[in-house]
Write a new protein. Structure first.
Length: 305
């Protein structure tokens, strides 16, 4: 199937993710990639403002703790629509594949107000990209869908800038269309609607995504957090000093076999909370590790192990 550049006859490297128009492309919008790359501007700053105000509104509703605030927070998580305009992800693994946005929002809310409420209240869990580390069922597909919905307005602005940069989008028989879409308003901190102009490809609107914002794997995945930061903390936690003063640690392979340290989001959460009691923030340590491994020029690529 033709890619966007093939379909429109655009030559050379392009600043957007050049996906196939007629298929789900197994690339995913990664909020942490946006945070680390912070380009192109002003779109990255606008996207981060949307991401952070949205998640703050949700977590603050938990911290306030009144019935009204909790109803508000839960409702915010249940207003996502399937973001198929980007052609990213897998339809069967997104919102519809898991029973719809209301079901996914309920998963997240139940974890944030249940086992993970402690890390919310003390301010450790602060960003959308933290969710896959602790919420069962929320992986790259759901994270991508959620992020796309929250930053839809920023993606629309980027797409409109591409319409100006590449006249091929509206010439040679190609058309654009005006659509009313749900968007997050970071000023009012509420969902709203906005009229936007998008290219029309194969009869359907097309939303463009900056090259560095999409990846095949999340930079912050539950498995990566477990295999690096969680097990590393467990090694030090279980370490002993021998008679010669040498620090002896168990191998990660051995630790993985322990019932209380088996891979999973429950272990991630349990060890993270235990580390906090020892004044260690594993999320911050993990984010520093991820940042040290990222190639600034890397876009639409796999995360390094």
């Amino acid at each position: 199937m033709p890619t966007i550049s093939n379909h429109y006859g655009i030559a050379g490297p392009v600043p957007f993710v050049d996906v196939e128009i007629g298929a789900d492309n197994r690339l995913y919008v990664d909020p942490h990639a946006i945070r680390l790359h912070r380009h192109p501007e002003p779109f990255a700053s606008d996207a981060l403002k949307c991401i952070d105000t949205f998640f703050h509104e949700v977590t603050n509703s938990i911290i306030v703790g009144t019935p009204a605030s909790r109803a508000h927070g839960r409702a915010l998580l249940q207003q996502f629509a399937e973001p198929w305009e980007t052609r990213l992800g897998m339809a069967e693994a997104g919102f519809h594949g898991h029973g719809g946005a209301e079901t996914v929002g309920t998963w997240i809310w139940d974890v944030l107000t249940g086992d993970a409420e402690a890390v919310v209240r003390i301010g450790v869990l602060r960003h959308v990209e933290d969710l896959p580390l602790f919420v069962e069922g929320v992986d790259r597909d759901i994270t991508s869908d959620i992020t796309t919905r929250i930053i839809f307005s920023s993606l629309a602005d980027f797409t409109e800038s591409m319409l100006h940069a590449y006249p091929q989008f509206h010439s040679g028989g190609h058309q654009t269309g005006t659509y009313t879409k749900q968007v997050w308003d970071p000023s009012s901190r509420a969902w709203g609607t906005r009229s936007i102009t998008l290219p029309v490809a194969d009869g359907k609107p097309l939303l463009l995504v900056p090259q560095s914002w999409a990846r095949r794997a999340l930079l912050m995945s539950a498995r990566r957090f477990y295999g690096t930061t969680v097990l590393s903390f467990a090694q030090l936690e279980q370490a002993v000093v021998d008679s010669n003063g040498k620090l002896l640690t168990s191998s990660k392979k051995v630790l993985r076999t322990r019932p209380d340290l088996r891979e999973g989001r429950a272990t991630n959460l349990r060890v993270t909370l235990r580390a906090i009691e020892n004044e260690q923030d594993l999320l911050e340590a993990f984010k520093a590790f991820v940042a040290s491994k990222v190639d600034p020029s890397d876009g639409a690529a796999d995360a390094a192990a």
